[in-house]
Design a protein around this ligand. Sequence first.
Ligand SMILES: Cc1ncc(COP(=O)(O)O)c(C=O)c1O
Length: 422
Amino acid sequence: MDTSRFPLIPGTQPILVTNSEGVWLEAAGGRRILDAGGGAIVTNIGHGRPEIVEVAAKALGQLDYVVPVFATESRVALVDEVCDNWLPDPSWRCVFVSGGSESIDAAIRVAQLHHVACGRPERHKVIGRDVSYHGATIGALAVGSHDRRRKGLELALPTMPKTSHHDAEQLEKIIEVEGAHTISAFVGEPVIGAAAGAYVPPDDYWPKISEICALHDILLIADEVMTGFGRLGTAMGHQALNFTPDIIAAGKGLGGGYVPIGGVYTRADVVEPIGETDLALMFYTFAGHDLSCAVAGKVLEILREENLVERAAKMGVLLRERLDDEFREHPNVEEVRGRGLLQGLGLLADRATGEPFPRSVAFADKVTSVALEHGAWIYPSGSGVFDDAIMFGPPFVVEEDHIDQMVTIARQAIDVAAASLS
Ligand SMILES: Cc1ncc(COP(=O)(O)O)c(C=O)c1O
């Protein structure tokens, strides 16, 4: 098949993927690629599950498009499944959308409309963190700080205050400068993914952020698009980091990679005041598509019935041990970091001096392409002070020998990429 017209912006030729099963992708010609990145940290129950195909066929046989304000059996069942098994409390409310960026945008709108409905219309700013990624809509880019992904768009983005990704006390200072009465929400990833290669903040960071937000009536939005639905070895990522947010945005693993879906989840008292006004919480046309909800319901059932969240915790420990053993002393690895099955390596030119690779080298991308040649897909990441990182986020069904293979390939890829520069 000729793929030359496929990329929007002409450049390198993409790999043509033709099949997938378990932890494997198959490319044209039969070449197998180990999915160590779980796509974009998405695939959790593994590829090619026949039960999902059955559910999808049945759902499409019964219904196609139904406007999001109507209930369908699959939508109602997914609300029940998520509220009963995945959220901090069954009394929480949810709405499903089509992906991660959209869930962040919707979470920001819920936070602001909450304050407006409560008579505080001047609360319109959302505080983000100085290293973060929340998606590619204008709103999500504005509250995020992934410098490579914002580049060229800066002037088009509303300016939002930013605080430290590791020093919780700094939030107090930002609130003082901005004025608490102007702030609707704080948004952060429990473990920072694409922007920082699985950075985990100090233990007291999230409890302290939570305390500061509560003190100033600022809604705490946890961006669990990557960390939600079992990735960190807990139902939701905030549990692993010891805090409870007011609003959660989560997508990716919710659909297991089989369907595009995300969601916004919040305490009832956050949305109740909005319901008492004429304020519109507008949906997207394809929000909570019935097919996506049917499939997501099955993905979550599989996660629970096969104890895959516990497995993510167990295999995460194993992956971490192997990464520590392999890279503890590696000259181009600054740090092994992460939680559960979201693990990363910080990369740099010289561990001894702390010198980074020049940005022009795009070292993490180089490592990823060498790893692909060696048979594994590893997720390139990093921005700002975390420039150059790679992440591992395999399906939770990953086996020990797959972990050995991905660590070995990562080692070869880093060595080959570094040697090519010297
Ligand atoms: C933490 C986080 N938030 C939001 C997003 C945006 O999600 P999507 O790409 O599904 O729109 C991502 C995507 O990588 C993410 O990692």
